[in-house]
Design a protein around this ligand. Structure first.
Ligand code: ADP
Ligand code: MG
Length: 547
């Protein structure tokens, strides 16, 4: 048993309404287990980490067990600090939204004691306070413990660490021996256990094992997309945010394989990880990822389980996780070691309901964002390029070039014009020809390269070119001679001195690469492989890493 629905906990209708009103859909594990034990009257020690819903796990049974007809004090809750006492009373007030004859009173230091005395005179069935101030009132006889049936120590370890042991012991000895004693603690120190031994009656011990919980440092965002636009959306986000390492989660092995192919086809350094791979293959992929030789790791949940990489910048949920718990596991891959990270989730149509469940489960907020437009991408690319210009200026050695610029400047042309023209020439190749509607994800291809590849073409790289006397028709001849690829499906061929780019239909790429292994063109042994993305920044770091 992990979690229960609140419906299964036999709660009073007014509590049920309040819980629903608070937006709780399912009880947390500590709530599922603690509520029945406390309602049965047992003493109990509950251990679970922060943020797991401990307040309601004692708040719900505590309030249910109060007899509204009896105006005397029935339950005492001790908290380490005034802030926590306030927080707990606020949660209690919410739980009491549909019940008006139970009075809860917070009692903490810093508030004028006279006002508290007045409030205490009016009577309260539940007191939530800090040990110091509660003791104070007991000494003044403004607070009497004789009628208390239930004492709850919230964050017991904290209170002991803060030196409240004597106060707590004093308070407990003044309450009736038949009371029910409940203790919550995030950790279980010897001190906590010895206090339990002294004041508790055969307590049930409840420990909820640690689960990875959402770290607030992770920026969580979702994007509404169409299924067919996911690839495009992913590429845009990568181009804008330019993460060094990211993990892209898909729900099936097939989805992983397909996405890796598509990303490679678009020139990204990507590789996949899923359960069908042998250990050695997985190790190789992970090694590449760690060293930065690939920037995108595409993985299934199962395959990603044991992976341990610290500086993942972005986790993409390409497919929304099937299981809510997976979401927490997935995004836990970023924002490690106190770094900030991002989690981007693609949400298709009705999946928004699933996303809401995830938010409830993970107790987190995932905010909607619009996908970056072409002008966002243009701005990012321009910024990157301008940064690079700055570093070239800083490197110096520009005299010769400055002379050229000076030579073309005259009354009509100033140096700013020259710089602007150069920028236009450079960026024109990468961004400015996106004339299509900025939000139509289907027609826009925001990825590098001056020549746009049509959707189903893949760019291949051959490691020899004009200098080896290779001509376009030699390539067509070799491809169709050595493989079963018809010559007329081969797309654009760009010849350079020492290499060639050839665009080929996606479905033939693998056959060509395989078929051309150890083959020669014009007497020269060549290698055909997928072209890397012509993005200088990346290429530079790639070279550095592989030294
Ligand atoms: P803890 O005391 O274990 O640190 P809290 O009781 O302060 O945790 O609860 C943390 C947050 O989770 C609060 O905002 C609370 O309202 C919320 N919460 C508690 N129980 C649930 C639940 N069953 N479903 C959704 N949210 C919950
Ligand atoms: Mg708490």
């Amino acid at each position: 048993m992990e979690t229960l629905k609140f419906e299964d906990l036999n709660l009073s209708p007014w509590i049920m309404r309040a819980v629903t009103d608070m937006g709780f859909e399912e009880a947390t594990p500590i709530q599922s287990q603690a509520i029945p034990i406390i309602k049965n009257g047992h003493d109990m020690i509950g251990q679970s980490q922060t943020g797991t819903g401990k307040t309601a796990s004692f708040g719900i049974p505590c309030l249910e067990m109060i007899d509204p007809e009896d105006r005397k004090l029935q339950a005492l809750i001790l908290c380490p600090t005034r802030e926590l006492a306030i927080q707990v009373s606020e949660e209690f007030r919410k739980l009491l939204k549909f019940k008006d004859n139970i009075r809860v009173l917070p009692i903490y230091g810093g508030q004028p004691i006279d006002r508290q005395i007045l409030a205490l005179k009016k009577g309260a069935q539940v007191i939530i306070g800090t040990p110091g101030r509660v003791m104070d009132h007991m000494r003044r006889r403004t607070l009497k413990m004789e009628t208390v049936k239930q004492v709850i120590l919230d964050e017991a370890d904290e209170m002991l660490d803060m030196g409240f042991r004597e106060d707590i012991e004093f308070i407990l000895t003044k309450t009736p021996d038949e009371r029910q004693t409940i203790m919550f603690s995030a950790t279980m120190s010897d001190e906590v256990l010895s206090l339990a031994k002294k004041f508790m009656n055969n307590p049930e011990y409840l420990k909820i094992s640690r689960k990875e919980l959402t770290v607030p440092k992770i920026e969580q965002v979702y994007f509404d997309v169409k299924e067919k636009d996911k690839l495009e959306a992913l590429c845009r986000l990568i181009d804008v945010y330019d993460p060094k390492l990211s993990i892209v989660f898909c729900n099936t092995k097939k989805r992983v394989d397909d996405l890796v192919e598509q990303l490679l086809g678009r020139g990204y350094f990507a590789d996949g990880l899923h359960g069908d791979l042998k250990q050695a293959q997985r190790d190789r992929v992970m090694q590449k990822f760690r060293s930065g030789a690939i920037e995108l790791l595409v993985a299934t949940d199962v395959a990603a389980r044991g992976i341990d990489v610290d500086d993942v910048d972005i986790v993409f949920n390409y497919d929304i996780p099937q299981d809510e718990e997976y979401y927490v596991h997935r995004i836990g891959r970023t924002g490690r070691a106190g770094r900030s990270g991002k989690a981007f989730t693609f949400c298709v149509g009705k999946e928004i309901y699933k996303l809401r469940d995830i938010m409830t489960y993970a107790k987190t907020k995932i905010t909607q964002q619009k996908l970056p437009t072409i002008s966002d991408i243009e701005k990012t690319k321009t910024d990157i390029y301008l940064e690079k210009i700055k570093s070239v200026i800083a490197e110096g050695g520009l005299n010769k070039y400055a002379q050229y610029v000076e030579n073309i400047c005259d009354d009509d042309t100033n140096p700013i014009d020259v710089a602007a023209a150069l920028l236009k020439m450079h960026l024109g190749n990468t961004v400015s020809d996106y004339s299509q509607s900025v939000d139509d994800l289907n027609v826009v291809n925001p990825h590098g390269g001056s020549e746009k590849l049509s959707k189903d073409m893949v760019r291949l790289f051959i490691n020899a070119g004009k200098r080896s006397k290779i001509r376009a028709k030699d390539i067509v001849g070799a491809f169709s001679g050595e493989t079963n690829v018809p010559g007329d499906v081969i797309g654009e061929i760009s010849l350079f001195d020492d290499f060639v780019y050839v665009d080929v239909p996606y479905e033939y790429a693998k056959d060509i690469i395989e078929g051309m292994k150890n083959k020669k063109i014009k007497g020269k042994r060549i290698i055909v492989e997928r072209a890397k993305r012509p993005k200088q920044k990346k290429e530079k770091s790639f070279k550095k890493r592989s030294k």
